[in-house]
Each structure stands twice: as structure tokens, then as C-alpha cells.
Ligand binder design. Sequence first.
Ligand SMILES: [Zn+2]
Length: 340
Amino acid sequence: MGSLCLLSCGDISKPRAQEAPPHPATQVADCATRADVLGLSRIVEVDTSEGPLFGRGRKGGFDFLKDGEIVLTFDDGPSRSHTRNILKALAQHCTKATFFMVGRMAASDPAMVREVAAAGHTIGSHTWSHAKLSSLTADKAEEEVELGLSAVASALGAPVAPFFRFPYLRPNAAAVEYLKARHIASFMIDVDSRDFRSRDPAEVQKNVLTQLAGRHRGILLFHDIQPSTAHALPALLTELKKRGFKVVHMVPKQTAETLPEYDARAAKLIAHKMQAASKEPLAPRALTWQQSQQSTGDGGTEVLPWAHQRNTSSPLSTGSTASPTNEPATVPWYQKWFTP
Ligand SMILES: [Zn+2]
């Protein structure tokens, strides 16, 4: 395949990611007997070797979910003040999610990254600084992807999933090809909580349930930097259970391979942030980049290996998806969604 490499790709096609350790199923087993929680209906192991695209995309993506199945995803964190409450809500429902972390956020609070991982959730990356890759040069786009990946992995102290989400849900062709060459899967969304537009938890719940009433399944997007989601989640998860939705947990078959050059940069940046934080022990540790202006603020029963499919064999039906939302003037700068 003649992949279009954004940048220096000489060393990215040879070494393959190592096999991920077996997914911990302990908590799944503990929750398997509880009928009052969402739990997990199944765990899907994703083979990212060909850089698949999941969820709604302008060019389609895999749609592997059955009716009633949902995937929970949280972007932009970690944020200590909200991520921890979200972890608590997920744990109370014995369910798992995927967190697409911003490198700068992870570097500011490695302990929070480890806390998310220790709870059994999947950790992917979301660039270094939440940059819109489509507006960057190829060199800068590579830097955003690689430094973000290295920062999240360095903060965790272990390899993360080769799962990536484009900031602003803006995949551009060159970056998609670069991620493919790096054996990293890209994830779009099917259901948008729009949690950045409101402080009202009821509004977040309504957004999710209304979209699910039309689609009946999908990858759900939340932000674990948003108080509305942190407050909405307990009741929303309970409502999803009542309505019969089933959570699918995506786990990677391989871990992401980071590049030494960026690992070294990430280590320095984390060390610098930790040193700065130690001098100001009372300072908020994770809020290193501009936040929303609105913000003050199982039972897994089976593990199914994800048989890799080409995009053309399992395209997402674009005809059945909701239109992306129009963007109001009040949307925070880092949450500008694409329009068709
Ligand atoms: Zn984001």
C-alpha cells in the first residue's frame, strides 16, 4: 500500500507494536452477578495493524456495534476534579470506557493517568495540545500526534492503546494516512453528548438519549473535563441500563509504539511540570491549558477478537447518521466541531 506519509516515516513501518498484556478481567468477574448495573456485554479486541477508522466519518468507518450496543468515550482529560467522579460513576456500574487523553493534560497529572488505567479503562491519545491537525503543516501534525502519544504513555509509565481521536473530530487525509502507517486506529463518534455546551446535567442526558433513540447504538462522546458530564453520568448510566443498552469495551490487540525522540521530550516535559508543581503544591495540577469558558466550572461475558476488516468491507452507513451540529458562537475555542 502506497501510504502517504506526512513526515519522516522511515522508522515507523518496521518495528511492530508488541502484543498487549491480557486484559484484566478481574473486575468484570466481580460484577458479573449484579443485575442492576450496566456492566459489560462484551469486550472487543481491536487489531490496529492497518490503522482502521471507527465510528462515523465523512468517508465512513467500521460500524461493529449491534443494536443496543454503545461504547463510552471520554476526551480531553485527565482532569482531577472531574475524571475521578467519572471513574466512580463507571465503577458503580461495573462498566468500562475509553479515555482519549491530551498529552499536556496527562503530563500535568501522571497519577491521574495511572488511576484511570488501574480502573481497567482503555487509554488512547488525543494529540499533545489539542491542535486541529488539518490546519497544521505535516511536521507540526506529526509532532502533535507523536508528542501526545509519548506524553500519555510516559505519564502512565507503560504503553497505551494505539487508539487516537482527532481534536475537533477533524480528520484530514494526510494525518489519517500517517496514523495508518503508525498502526494506530482512529475513532470518530456516533453520539455527541454536547457536554461542553451546557452546565446542566439533564441537558447532557437528554442529548445522549435523544440521539440514541434514533440510532439505537454507537460510540458516545463525552469530555472528562466537563462538569456537566461528571454530574450527569450516574443518572445517565442508570437510565441507559433501564433502556436496555449494553456497553462494549474496546481494548487493543497491540500497544502503541512510541518513538524514542518524542519519549525523551515527553520525559523532560513531565519532569519540568512535576518540578513546577512541587513548588506550588496548592495549584491545580491538570489545568495547564485553556478550559471551557462555560466551565467552573459485568459483567463481560465474552472476549471477541476483532477480526480486522478493510474499510470497504464494513463501511459505516452515512445515510443513517445524524448531521453534525452547527457551531454556536459561544463554543469554546477548543471544541469547535466540524460541519458537513
Ligand atoms: Zn477534544
